[in-house]
Design a protein around this ligand. Structure first.
Ligand code: 5AD
Length: 354
């Protein structure tokens, strides 16, 4: 029998599943009500909601880590500029195109070009790569994840053929944002980038870390509220994982179970959301990918970067990039997904239209 706290939690989960909207106070109560039993209940409704929109399909994206140079100094990230021990590299346009070709043969129809905020990734340079990919493979989507840029720059990349842009907001709580970032980076600026991207016509992805230092249930409630207000096509969430050469080296990692619970809440908040089971989840739990799917996720982003780049793109310690997290591991990923009732498809994997 569910106890009083749990029945209140179930009521809120039901309400979210029905209305796709809650007040900030209700979101906070829902986050605070987290328990394995409530999470199991939310996961059941979330997988049913996913199935109604996407069936059993799992979309894959080939992740190409194009540069590990970064001008920013985010306190949690191993690529921060103050990390002198970070190994820096930048892929040539030819190397990026070769990754896409290899990925295409493997069955990828979306390529995600992700990198630090590398000043060498000028509009001209990125536009050239994007249009080369789009002309070589017009049936593929190109997603960019290159951080904060000007409206003008986002427009140029869109005009060159980029379809989607991922820019995690990291936390929707301004005070918490300030604790995770140097003073020159603000939540306000982050959100204005997301609004620019949306206005230009990108399919937009935001997202946040779970369990980053200083996070509270109230901050997570604001993240959920933000997704409700912004209505992005995608939302990437993953547990915080410490990196040894950052100020947060000694902090505890985020919780996999809480991350999965939040995946379920996001699925109920918007059944059409593209929700990846992220690499951070797979890093902390060998069954992270399966657990993500069972919570309501429907996207996996295996690593398609050249081998030499993978270990250098060290956002956090022990970042997974083998097995199902690797493009070469697609057969293993397919098997594992089948065991949880899902099917990896060869498809661009656009969000279903509202
Ligand atoms: N733990 C978990 N996720 C991290 N990211 C960066 N550093 C960490 C970390 N230590 C995430 C951020 C960023 C994405 C590329 O990786 O959310 O947006």
């Amino acid at each position: 029998m569910p106890d009083a706290g749990e029945s209140r939690g179930r009521e809120l989960v039901d309400l979210l599943a029905r209305e796709h909207s809650l007040t900030p106070e209700q979101y906070e109560e829902l986050v605070r009500s987290f328990s394995p039993a409530l999470a199991a209940y939310a996961a059941e409704l979330a997988t049913a909601a996913r199935r109604e929109v996407y069936g059993d399909d799992v979309f894959i994206r080939g992740l190409i880590e194009v540069s590990s140079y970064c001008r920013n100094d985010c306190l949690y990230c191993g690529l921060r500029r103050s990390n002198r021990s970070a190994k820096r590299y930048r892929l040539s346009p030819e190397a990026i195109l070769a990754c896409c070709e290899r990925g295409y043969e493997l069955g990828f129809r979306t390529f995600v070009l992700q990198g630090g905020e590398d000043p060498a990734l000028t509009d001209a340079a990125v536009c050239d790569v994007v249009s080369a990919i789009k002309s070589a493979r017009p049936d593929c989507a190109v997603t960019l994840s290159l951080g904060e840029r000007s409206h003008e720059s986002y427009q140029a990349l869109f005009d060159a053929g980029a379809d989607r842009y991922l820019l995690r907001h990291e936390t929707a709580d301004p005070a918490h944002y300030a604790r995770l970032h140097p003073a020159e980076l603000t939540l306000e600026r982050r959100l204005s980038c997301l609004r620019d991207l949306r206005e230009i016509g990108y399919q937009v992805g935001c997202g946040f870390m779970v369990g980053s230092p200083g996070q509270t249930p109230a901050s997570l409630a604001r993240d959920l509220r933000l997704v409700e207000e912004l209505r992005p096509e995608m939302c990437g969430i993953g547990p915080f994982v410490p990196h040894h050469a950052t100020p947060f080296a000694e902090e505890a990692a985020g919780s996999v179970a809480l991350t999965c619970y939040l995946l379920s809440l996001l699925r109920l908040l918007d059944p059409r959301l593209l929700l990846p089971a992220t690499t951070a989840l797979a890093t902390l739990d060998p069954r992270g990918c399966e657990r993500g799917m069972l919570a309501g996720a429907n996207v996996v982003m295996p690593n398609l970067s050249p081998m030499a780049a993978r270990e250098k793109y060290e956002l956090y310690d022990n970042k997974a990039h083998a097995g199902s997290e690797a493009a070469e591991g697609l057969a293993e990923l397919r098997r594992r997904m089948e065991l949880v009732g899902c099917r990896v498809v060869v498809d661009r994997g656009d969000a279903r239209r509202r």
